[in-house]
Design a protein around this ligand. Sequence first.
Ligand SMILES: Nc1ncnc2c1ncn2[C@@H]1O[C@H](COP(=O)(O)OP(=O)(O)OP(=O)(O)O)[C@@H](O)[C@H]1O
Ligand SMILES: [Mg+2]
Length: 482
Amino acid sequence: MTLRSGDIAISGCGSDDPAEDATYVELLAELQHERLQRQELQRQLERKTQSLRQTNASLVSLARQVDRMVRERTEDLDRGRSAAEAENEAKTQFLATMSHEIRTPLNGVLGMASALADTPLGLEQARILDVLRDSGRLLLNIVDDILDLTKIAEGKLTLEQLPTDVVSLTDAVCRQFEPRIRAKGLGFTKLCMNELAKGGVWVHIDPTRFQQVLSNLLSNAIKFTENGAIALTANLKAEKDGLLLLTLSVRDTGVGLSPRQVERLFQPYIQADASVHRNHGGTGLGLAIARQICQRMGGDLTCSSLEGDGSEFRASFRVSPAPAPEQDQAADPAESECAILSSRRWRVLVAEDNRTNRMVLRHMLKEYDLDMIWVQNGKKAVEAWSTQKPDLVLMDVNMPVLDGVSATEQIREREEAEARAPVPIIAVSANALVHQVKAYLEQGMTDHVAKPIRKQRLLQIMAQALSEAQGHDSAPEIGPHP
Ligand SMILES: Nc1ncnc2c1ncn2[C@@H]1O[C@H](COP(=O)(O)OP(=O)(O)OP(=O)(O)O)[C@@H](O)[C@H]1O
Ligand SMILES: [Mg+2]
């Protein structure tokens, strides 16, 4: 008998032995059963394979669908991001243009108003001029506030840490506001507590920003108080970590604010109600900026108020103590600037295409005996730098033929090639947004003075640049120009 698995090939059936035949039949039945089972398994396997194929096909189609959806969403997101970026870019561009366009004529208005103030004027004319200057400054404050807000939004509000006599600074700010307080018939008290009571307390703080916070609180208190008084309390307390907590409280007996108004007070562009703008103007930016300044100095700005019953604003700053300077260092910084600028006949190259701006600069520098060279575009500035060897350059940025930045780059390249000492180049520009100033400094400018030019800032930057370039500390040697 031969048995082969797979097909049923059987030989040897029909033997003489009945037992053998029975076994043979059993075996045949078993083989038959096995064959049927195998066929069944085969069918099941085929069914499974078929179903797996179908599952696989639907998985592939699902994967494709997911892939397509992901691609579409990514494209949507990319489109959204590009649109947001473009919008942001357009916003920055708009702010830059507006800021430039407002600053340029303001430079003329404020510069010429201060030139006029230096001429003999009658009482009436002087009064008119005061209004003109106040209005110009107000407009400048608004432009500056918007600029501050963009700095805050971009996280680029930089603060200085300068040794400052806070009592004197507080007094100086109060003196500025006293005429307005008197004019409204309000009372005013100023109380310096603890160590501040002795006066002459020096701490590290950003004096301009400190002044900005106090000015806004006092200006608000005056604006929103018709009867009664304003009280300023300044205090200084030692903290555990060696720092000091400087607090200012400005209380008034004015209109006050409801809890709902207090809640929204520190949001930009928010005023208590529409009548505030009608009656007092303002942009609603002051407190939002002031709070950011306090918080950046480790403190805060808070308000407690009762509608109809006055308000109290508390500003705090964490500061470190600063040593009181030696007597000669404590001298008025304006005096040392003046000493540097008058120490010799500095040769100053001015590149400025706008006639009004040239008049403003000429007026601001007229009290110093400077050897001024005037050019009206960047190309002429490079030529004058080459032939006249100025000690300092005041460079406008937007100029015809060659702009101020390109002119600066050319001067820097040639200085390097000719091994000439770098001349201080100060950008004097109505472009004053953070990213613009940063770019100018990266492109080789030494410093930046924003238009409208504040005379004190211009003189300070010029004196600093000249003294650094000549290797002086503060008191320069006196000598003629070579
Ligand atoms: N002392 C105060 N008493 C009552 N309301 C106040 C007082 N200070 C501020 N406010 C309310 O808070 C609002 C916001 O003040 P904020 O200083 O931010 O703006 P503003 O004074 O209106 O304008 P500006 O941007 O010129 O400062 C004010 O418009 C006013 O409604
Ligand atoms: Mg204000």
